[in-house]
Design a protein around this ligand. Structure first.
Ligand SMILES: N[C@@H](CCC(=O)N[C@@H](CS)C(=O)NCC(=O)O)C(=O)O
Length: 216
């Protein structure tokens, strides 16, 4: 059985969404955010203290975008991964990593310095600078989604899960009002997927069952 440690709304949502898109069975363990402070026992399981943590037999993974690709290939073949022999293999890998490294990184600084730090450590300047950074990087998504319904390979893939999570998180960062028209439509298409909706409902139900409050 696959086990996923998750905080509502956090990057582990990518893994949860991927599991739902693939229709795999899993156990969802909810944690309060941040686990290193509010669930210190978790450090014995994952010394990094971060989520996601995915355990699948002897495999342990802590990188959300890598988990998406792992699940689609380990439990594939699936059209959710792009194969090495397909023309868009490079574009797929690039978007998969772009979602986390280029888009989510600045968002976490916005959240941290506008909402998560204690009042005296907050920095409107840092939050504003990284909001600008995020919106500038989003131009690549706007250009791609003006041309096509998905990011690559002419179909929905784990690259869309990776970037789609960053667009989902933008609502919590209050940055979604500044999306271009194509990006806003793309996010609506992603969020109307059954797999996305099941993931959202699943994290809500598991949070209630396990008595773990939502992150934001
Ligand atoms: N690059 C990693 C980042 C993991 C990460 O930093 N997760 C955040 C939540 S979104 C976290 O656990 N933060 C709590 C902390 O750093 O203590 C990924 O994509 O999964």
């Amino acid at each position: 059985m696959i086990t996923l440690f998750h905080c509502a709304g956090a990057r582990s949502f990518r893994a949860l969404w991927a599991l739902e898109e693939l229709g795999l069975g899993y156990e969802l363990k909810m944690l309060p955010f941040p686990p290193r402070v509010r669930a210190p026992d978790y450090l014995a399981i994952n010394p990094l203290g971060t989520i996601p943590l995915l355990i699948d037999g002897g495999t342990r993974m802590t990188e959300s975008s890598a988990i998406c690709h792992y699940l689609a290939t380990r439990y594939g073949p699936s059209p959710l991964a792009v194969g090495v022999d397909e023309p868009d293999y490079g574009a797929y890998l690039n978007w998969l990593h772009f979602g986390e490294a280029t888009l989510t990184f600045p968002q976490t600084l916005v959240l941290r310095y506008s909402r998560f730090e204690p009042e005296e450590r907050r920095s409107p300047q840092v939050a504003a600078d990284y909001a600008k950074w995020f919106l500038a990087r989003l131009r690549a998504v706007e250009a791609a989604t003006e041309r096509a319904q998905t990011l690559c390979a002419g179909r929905f893939t784990m690259a869309d899960v990776s970037v789609g999570y960053a667009l989902h998180l933008a609502r919590f960062c209050r940055l979604d009002a500044e999306f271009g028209a194509a990006t806003a439509d793309y996010r609506r298409r992603l969020e109307s997927r059954e797999g996305f909706r099941r993931a959202l409902a699943g994290e809500r139900a598991a949070g209630e069952e396990q008595n773990v409050p939502a992150t934001v």
